[in-house]
Design a protein around this ligand. Structure first.
Ligand code: WTA
Length: 635
């Protein structure tokens, strides 16, 4: 893929200009670097009103042929995947391109043998083990649509996602390792499946030797299903616009929605962005610490790196187990050249001091990346000085589940760096800042709503089963623009700084939650009448969740901790531990306008501890409720 690589700032500007003046020629040229079973009739057809976006229409391909067969032919003995276990004393595993191709084909044949066909949905709920990557790629091999669900979600959350996608098959494991803990997965799947009827089979991978109960006729062991399968499996020819996967993500309203990405555009853009942002060279080892359950893991552990013939590291564990030197030890062990992690991880490791970083050699590092949430200046500097030794550029990757790939970011050591600024848009990405009225802001140093005015190959195509929701959520706020939900600022050089969400999405440790989704979980508790949640700044997590809860009966002080525990249990049951509110305040009422709308602006200020500037409260139905909330606010 290095023909696609931008090698200088000048070239970046040239490519960017071409990508805007003639997008079809630009992307046609990039797409020519891939193997297609049939070339496209047209590079792009689009409108943002329906929306209807089609890239490489008429083309046929299989993304796995580009990831595996092509690389196995030219670098078959090169390591494709390095797997590092949770426990550093356990054996790590490596797979060459040829070996990974074989593993994928065997499992793809197993999927076919149990009746999975092109277009079927397959839910993957797995630990960070090599079989997860194999399962994802095997689905793509046969044209089944994978929907990976992060293994920290609860049974109810899993059931909702399985049901929404009407998945026929679930792939899971007995349990998973996470630091010093072991967490059951099969049990969660069993519980989820009590409520859904669409699932016919469950494949269970043996990860912990736990021997969970297996339901006859439904549950099959991974080792049994692959037994005797052939080691070759022809890649299914796919239309460029056939769905590749669904990934659920939270928004301002309602339940999480299934973002749909398609085969051709996603392939072209994840490879292009990976190659450029990380300036990957043939002998490099790339490591992204995300979980494959999130978009970052999809695009930059699995698809992007393997499309580019890279060596990609997959890590089962967590940054602080067995100690806070784990990341640095792994970098030293494999000579990692490009490293990508989240600001929340950087901030949590910062708190342990520099000794851990100093215990290992980080000389191999060339480029270090950050993704998932805004990075504060202190964390940026620590990362740059102590991890990058002042030598490695920090690339701040701004993008979203919906965008499929990195949109605004530094490009290796080529583009300028400025702490807390993500930087320039990648070629093909046309961001704008809009004001309240939806007019484009031209000047520098002003804040606006970040929108994109032209499609790029990996833009979401729809939200599964509900196209109208996709239109309303992303394309109806401002006519003719894709609305990101983020606020941003642009400096005089044209670099962008992402400020954070301007909608009701809270980003906790880089994980997205909708306020409505958490409120719904809290309201499931029988004590509760209604609730409102807001985000507030947190030194490690970026944001944390503050819940204001109205109960049916007033809860006496001595019982409040118990009641808080119960409410947390409801959140754990509905979503998972990752969404537990840090603070729960019992209130007698919520600040509402006369039309019944909750004034979150006021609650946000209270949660931030900024009670002197609550603004105008005169339009509230009951202004006194605010005094009471302020008086008992949790510090
Ligand atoms: C936020 C993760 C600032 C942003 C790839 C976005 C960021 C949401 C950055 C998407 C960054 C992601 N700087 N904010 N570098 N990267 N965000 O869908 O608010 O899990 O809208 O995708 O995370 O989160 P998602």
């Amino acid at each position: 893929m290095n023909k696609l690589q931008i090698r200088s700032l000048e070239q970046y500007h040239e490519n960017y200009a071409q990508s805007v003046s003639d997008p079809e020629a630009f992307w046609g040229n990039v797409a020519n670097e891939f193997q297609w079973m049939k070339k496209w009739d047209r590079v792009l057809e689009w409108n943002f009103t329906e929306p209807n976006i089609q890239w490489f229409k008429g083309a046929r391909l299989n993304i796995t042929q580009n990831m595996l067969d092509r690389n196995a032919a030219i670098r078959g003995d090169k390591t494709a995947l390095i797997w590092e276990p949770n426990d550093p004393h356990e054996k790590s595993l490596t797979y060459t391109y040829s070996e990974l191709l074989e593993k994928v084909c065997v499992f793809a044949n197993a999927l076919k043998a149990i009746g999975i066909k092109k277009g079927d949905r397959v839910c993957i709920y797995m630990p960070m083990i090599p079989e997860l990557t194999v399962a994802v790629i095997a689905c793509a091999r046969i044209g089944a649509i994978h929907s990976v669900v992060f293994a920290g979600f609860s049974a109810n959350a899993l059931a909702d996602r399985i049901e929404d996608a009407q998945a026929k098959l679930v792939i899971t494991a007995d349990g998973l390792n996470r630091g010093a803990k072991q967490i059951p997965l099969k049990r969660v799947v069993d519980e989820a499946l009590e409520h859904v009827a669409c699932v016919e089979k469950v494949i269970v991978c043996d990860c912990l030797n736990w021997k969970p109960s297996m339901k006859a006729g439904r549950d099959i062991w991974w080792k049994d299903v692959v037994e005797g399968q052939a080691i070759a499996c022809d890649p299914e020819p796919m239309d460029a616009e056939d769905p590749l996967f669904i990934l659920y993500t939270s928004g301002s309203t309602g339940k999480p929605k299934g973002v749909v990405h398609t085969c051709g555009g996603y392939m072209v853009y994840t490879a292009y962005s990976f190659q450029n942002v990380y300036q990957y060279e043939e002998a490099d080892v790339f490591w992204c610490t995300a979980d494959v359950g999130w978009i970052t893991g999809h695009s930059y552990i699995v698809y992007g790196p393997l499309l580019c013939g890279a060596t990609t590291v997959m890590f089962e564990g967590i940054p602080t187990y067995p100690d806070a030197g784990r990341f640095w030890q792994v970098i030293d062990k494999y000579g990692v050249n490009q490293f990508l992690t989240a600001p929340t991880a950087i901030r949590s490791l910062m708190a342990f001091g520099e000794d851990h970083v100093l215990s290992y050699s980080l000389d191999s590092l060339k480029i270090i990346g950050t993704v998932g949430e805004p990075i504060n200046e202190e964390a940026w500097n620590w990362y740059h000085v102590h991890v990058g030794k002042g030598r490695c550029p920090v690339v701040d990757n701004w993008w979203q589940t919906e965008t499929g790939g990195i949109m605004i970011s530094g490009i290796g050591n080529i583009s300028p760096q400025k702490p807390t600024f993500a930087g320039y848009p990648l070629p093909g990405i046309q961001p704008v800042l809009l004001n309240q009225e939806g007019k484009e802001i031209e000047g520098a140093d002003e804040e606006g709503y970040l929108c994109i005015k032209f499609p790029w190959p990996s833009i979401l195509r729809t939200t599964y089963g509900d196209h109208e929701r996709c239109r309303v959520t992303y394309f109806s706020h401002y006519n003719g623009y894709y609305f990101t939900g983020d606020g941003a600022k642009r400096d005089e050089q044209g670099m962008y700084r992402i400020i954070g969400r301007v909608d009701d999405v809270i980003n906790v440790s880089g994980h997205r939650f909708g306020t409505a989704e958490i409120e719904n979980a809290i309201n499931m508790n029988k004590l509760v009448i209604e609730s409102a949640v807001v985000g507030y700044p947190h030194p490690v997590k970026g944001q944390s969740i503050y819940a204001f809860v109205v109960c049916e009966h007033e809860i006496p002080k001595e019982n409040q901790d118990l009641a808080r525990g119960e409410i947390m249990e409801s959140v754990v049951a509905e979503i998972g531990k990752i969404a537990i509110p840090e603070k729960i305040q019992f209130v007698s009422g919520l600040p509402k306008t006369r039309s019944g709308k909750i004034m979150r602006r006021i609650l946000r200020k209270i949660a931030e501890g900024d009670v002197k500037n609550l603004g105008d409260t005169s339009t509230l139905l009951d202004p006194f409720v605010v005094d009471e909330i302020v008086e008992h606010a949790i510090k």
